[in-house]
Design a protein around this ligand. Structure first.
Ligand SMILES: Cc1cc2nc3c(=O)[nH]c(=O)nc-3n(C[C@H](O)[C@H](O)[C@H](O)COP(=O)(O)O)c2cc1C
Length: 207
């Protein structure tokens, strides 16, 4: 008699595929600080096995602020660089500075040139700026993404006086607090991303 015959075989539940996170750099300003913040976030994302990251940089796409249902070949070519990345993403992290108490026009153009790509997906935020740390920009973006049927996660990362918070090599001078904040935000993004991916596999979002 095989003594192990009645022992249930171990369950090998496959791990779910990592969620694809599009990291959107909202500023396209010449001399911008955004890439420093993006590199810091990408470092946090590389530490995780539940999320993979792809950068979508508004500076790489010359999207006009004048929208069109029949864009020129030039605009179509610019969209082709960006739209597939947004479509493939399970979740987004939007990096936004604050300009005059709001978010940059480059970011709004990227958002407005798309629609389906945002629907029923979670959005997290990393903001930076002067005294405000970009918090006002984030609160306004929550309203924008609600209109697009996206789900914004509660916790954010914000860098006040961002330029002074990083050294010349782009390292944060006191990383414990922002690293902890990033973990909370990315955990929430992962939860919502997994939940929505599973839900959409069963039933298409019809909202
Ligand atoms: C046009 C403009 C307006 C700004 N307005 C604000 C503001 O309202 N509140 C704030 O905290 N910082 C403000 N700042 C500071 C920026 O948030 C800060 O310089 C940030 O690094 C800009 O991001 P970027 O360098 O990636 O473009 C402003 C900067 C610019 C260029």
């Amino acid at each position: 008699m095989n003594p192990t015959a009645d022992v249930a075989a171990p369950l090998h539940t496959p791990l779910p595929a990592p969620l694809k996170v599009a990291v959107i750099i909202g500023s396209n300003r010449e001399g911008r600080f955004g890439p420093v913040v993006a590199d810091w976030l990408l470092g946090r994302l590389r530490e995780r096995d539940d999320l993979t990251a792809e950068v979508v940089d508004t500076a790489d796409a010359g999207l006009p602020t004048a929208l069109s249902y029949s864009p020129t070949p030039e605009v179509t070519a610019e969209l082709a660089k960006i739209t597939p990345k947004l479509a493939a993403a399970d979740a987004f992290v939007v990096l936004t500075p604050e300009y005059n108490h709001s978010f940059p026009a480059s970011l709004k153009a990227l958002i407005d040139w798309h629609y389906e790509e945002w629907r029923a997906k979670p959005v997290g935020f990393v903001s930076y700026g002067g005294v405000s740390g970009g918090l006002r920009a984030v609160e306004q973006l929550r309203q924008v993404f609600a209109e697009l049927h996206a789900v914004t996660v509660r916790d954010t990362v914000s860098f006040h006086n961002a330029g002074a918070s990083f050294d010349d090599e782009g390292r944060h001078r006191d990383p414990a607090a922002p690293d902890a904040a990033a973990k909370v935000m990315l955990d929430q993004l992962g939860w919502w991303g997994s939940a929505l991916r599973e839900a959409k596999a069963v039933r298409a979002y019809g909202g």
